[in-house]
Design a binder for this molecule. Structure first.
Ligand code: AMP
Length: 279
């Protein structure tokens, strides 16, 4: 496994790797959600590259950039054991050197939900993903459904800007009690950790209603809020039933829909979602 902090060196390493190349962009502090994506890429690609970069451009001024968990040594050991070929761990000042001024804004998909709660977040995400795709020139780039709106933003960007890359989005990996794995789960204290699975329970309860015939978005959202109201530590920020590609809110579900929610538990903001599929 070749590891470098240097973007130019990464390009040289990458050029020597023929065949189908898969890229998995991450912010490190890796868990089984990341590992599942890397395993899939390993099966589908001849060479696999991973970036570990806590991207300052996607954090708001009030957000957790400074305390975002970092675990580089463990991450590299995991990546080695998974058979990753190339790892880029760049410094922010080399990704955004003095004079940097180019940003990608994916307009409408970025506006609601996470975009409304975190101004500038998706501009930072789209820009860094575009840069990483230009640096690694992968055939396939892998993302997780955990960040469903992010996946929609990246799919839209790749389509709109004619990126020559397949965007692959893989299912959410969960803890045994249903909590979606996330590096930010490390912020939860013991009581908060016990409360956190309420989010998935609430989404699942609404999904059960959908599957027994409820197609009205307001009714499904009410079901999520009702289940969450049983958990005093969960402060609901939004519940949404939206088109999975455009992230526009739906009223009646005719095809598929993305049911998503954000809650704050203690000081930690958790997001989760379930796809409601046409049957
Ligand atoms: P992050 O390091 O949090 O930026 O995540 C890197 C990639 O892994 C993103 O595409 C995430 O959507 C994905 N990911 C993170 N957690 C999970 C999870 N629990 N299940 C599936 N994918 C995940």
């Amino acid at each position: 496994m070749r590891v470098t902090e240097n973007i130019h060196e990464l390009r040289t390493i990458r050029r020597a790797m023929p065949g189908v190349f898969g890229l998995i962009p991450t912010m490190g502090s890796l868990h089984d959600g990341h590992a599942a994506i890397i395993r899939r890429a390993r099966l589908e690609c001849d060479h696999v590259g991973v970036s570990i970069f806590v991207n300052p451009a996607q954090f708001g001024p009030e957000e957790d950039l400074a305390k975002y968990p970092r675990a580089l040594e463990n991450d590299l050991a995991l990546l080695e054991s998974l058979g990753v070929d190339a790892v880029l761990t760049p410094f922010p000042e080399n990704v955004y050197p003095p004079g940097y001024q180019t940003w990608i804004t994916v307009e409408n998909v970025s506006k609601p939900l996470e975009g409304a709660a975190r101004p500038g977040h998706f501009r930072g995400v789209a820009t860094v993903v575009a840069k990483l795709i230009n640096i690694f020139t992968p055939d396939r780039a892998y993302f997780g459904q955990k960040d469903a709106q992010q996946a929609a933003v990246i799919r839209r960007m790749a389509e709109d800007l004619n990126f020559d890359v397949d965007i692959v989005v893989l299912p959410i990996v969960r803890e045994a009690d249903g909590l979606a794995m996330s590096s930010r789960n490390a912020y939860l204290n013991a009581d908060e950790r016990k409360a956190a699975p309420a989010l998935y329970r609430a989404l699942s309860a609404a999904k059960a209603r959908f599957e027994t015939g409820e197609k009205n978005a307001d009714m499904l959202k009410a079901a999520v809020i009702e289940t969450l109201s049983a958990e005093p530590l969960a402060d609901v920020r939004y519940v949404s039933v939206a088109d999975p590609d455009t992230i526009e809110e739906l009223h009646e579900i005719r095809g598929g829909a993305l049911l998503s929610a954000a809650v704050i538990i203690g000081k930690t903001r958790l997001i989760d979602n379930i796809l409601l599929e046409k049957r």
